[in-house]
Design a protein. Sequence first.
Length: 306
Amino acid sequence: MKCRICTEKAVIETRRHNTAFCKECFLTHVERQVQKTIESEKMLSKEDRVLVAVSGGKDSLTLWEVLHRLGYQTTGFHIVLGIGDYSPAAREKVEAYAEKQGFPLIVTDLNEEYDFTVPELALNTPRVPCSACGLSKRYLMNRTALGGGFSVLATGHNLDDVASTLFGNLFHWHTEQLARMEPSRQATHPKLVKTCKPLIRLTERETLAYTLLRGIDYHEEECPNAEGATSLLYKDLLNQLEHASPGVKQSFYFGFLKKGRSAFAADVNGADLRECEVCGQATTTEVCAFCRMMDQAHRTASRRNS
Ligand code: SF4
Ligand SMILES: [Zn+2]
Ligand SMILES: [Zn+2]
């Protein structure tokens, strides 16, 4: 099989584009896809200071690498979640990558700052680990971006991630979440930072190929809490559909953005945002969900220990 661009030996075939690429043409293709997404969705400008959320996995390190290569001003942000052996290994990969590339990196340890790891939050509140983790990540990413004077927060969600989220939201008719599925979200309050997902035109297979071809040493291990997650089942189902009909995943997600999302606009809860009485972050309630979770965890833990 030959590269459709330069006729060198192909290393990857992308059936949904009905094409194949050699190493160099594939790397260029990936970077152009990201640039195209950034421009069409008005995600970033070269003046932006971009905080890149990096877990250490293939997607987030691909994102950081590509944004840097495209000339954006980036700083990595890693959160130490305190999940068994998974978290120290993830941190090691992120720090090694940042050091090798000479990229600036901010690391926040949830346990050091708030006295609780993700498993401890799950133990001391009614939240399951992924819920406590997701809330902590969203909170810390926004807080760090605001505090550090970053204008945009970029995350490494790929096409498989956003298509499976769409699948789940449609199954359960989560209409407000459907309305909020935009690839780039403007800040709607002075205490919120703009967010964007520049990898949504790339599949998981493509970000994996990019990391391997660039020789990026990423954290391969899945978080133990991901096992059995419904999002993995949705991804599997979408991959089966994609296998039978190449391109269906892309048309499902981008078709929804173009033709479906606006139908749910009226379902957005327009509750006024205000500042949390404890931490000052944006919230619709007196005290934000993160501060309430931490307060509950402290109270439960002290009851347990007394
Ligand atoms: S799978 Fe792990 S890293 Fe992902 S949200 Fe759940 S606890 Fe957090
Ligand atoms: Zn080529
Ligand atoms: Zn708060």
